[in-house]
Design a protein around this ligand. Structure first.
Ligand code: DHB
Length: 284
């Protein structure tokens, strides 16, 4: 695989990077990512205030799927903004700041703070399924309205992390909004929301939070992720940067994302399960 890749003028030292999600919320996690073979350090999707996240159990491995209802545990954007210059200096690789605020105002404030802190790419996550707020990536009226405001708030490369779509109409609407707003890059896919698993011994759902529902990730989502990347690439064109994410456990999986039109590949669940060595193994 091509070892380095340029996206929006930013050089990733490897086209395999961590996706915002697991093991990227503490400063230790971020330093470990800096030391790893990940081509960038993607920071956990932040909220304005620090959050402990949802009650446990909030992650469940049901191979080949994983379910999570983490609920955005994170240190709050201000802590991450503080550490971004140090991470860039220490590891010499790009830092991707991800925001997942509970309002447009929260996201605008966080985007501006990450811009000033020197984040190389800023990702707006409109797809987290595990909080009380609606998934804006599925509400196309809202999605179309908010993207231009986010775009105007920074001159940095601005990415949108999308939920998985399953109809042509959804892809058409999402891409129209992305083009109108002048978004630079997309990250696809986030987890598949509102999934569940039941323990037959207890009759209870395996996740405690959000009424037993959570987002599904892992190997099982690969065909959905590849379909999304391919649909988006067809509509956005071959030069539009796409980070493909979903189901990647091997170099072959990452290559499939590239073949479907991704420019770089995110890894989250496999990293959660096996730690930072996965980046070298997958890009190897
Ligand atoms: C969480 C889950 C997601 O799928 C995501 O994109 C961001 C955050 C979470 O619950 O923490």
């Amino acid at each position: 695989m091509k070892p380095t890749v340029e996206i929006c003028g930013i050089t990733l030292s490897s086209c395999v990077i961590n996706g915002a999600g697991p093991q990227d919320e503490s400063l230790d996690n971020l330093r470990r990512l800096g030391e790893s073979a990940s081509g960038a350090i993607t920071v956990k999707s932040a909220t304005k205030e620090p959050r402990g996240g949802n009650p446990e159990p909030r992650w469940h491995d049901a191979e080949p799927a994983s379910l999570n209802a983490m609920g955005l545990p994170n240190l709050g954007y201000a802590e991450y903004a503080k550490v971004i210059p140090e991470l860039k200096e220490a590891y010499g690789k790009p830092v991707i700041g991800s925001v997942s605020g509970f309002s447009v105002e929260d996201n605008l404030a966080m985007i501006k703070a990450y811009d000033q802190a020197g984040a190389d790419i800023i990702e707006v996550n409109v797809a987290c399924p595990n909080t009380e707020t609606e998934v804006v990536g599925y509400d196309f009226e809202q999605f179309t309205k908010v993207l231009p405001a986010y775009r105007r708030s920074t001159a940095k490369p601005l990415a949108v992390k999308l939920p998985p779509y399953t109809t042509n109409g959804q892809f058409d609407k999402a891409v129209a909004a992305i083009k109108i707003a002048g978004i630079d890059m997309v990250v696809s896919i986030n987890t598949i929301g509102q999934t569940t698993e039941v323990d037959v011994e207890t009759g209870q759902t395996v996740l405690a939070a959000t009424n037993g529902f959570g987002g599904m990730s892992g190997e099982a989502v690969m065909p959905i992720a590849l379909g999304n990347v391919r649909h988006l690439a067809a509509r956005l064109g071959p030069d539009f940067p796409i980070i493909g994410i979903g189901g990647v456990t091997s170099g072959k999986d990452a290559f499939k994302h590239l073949l479907c039109g991704a420019h770089a590949v995110g890894v989250a669940t496999e990293y959660m399960k096996h730690g930072p060595e996965v980046f070298g193994r997958i890009s190897g």
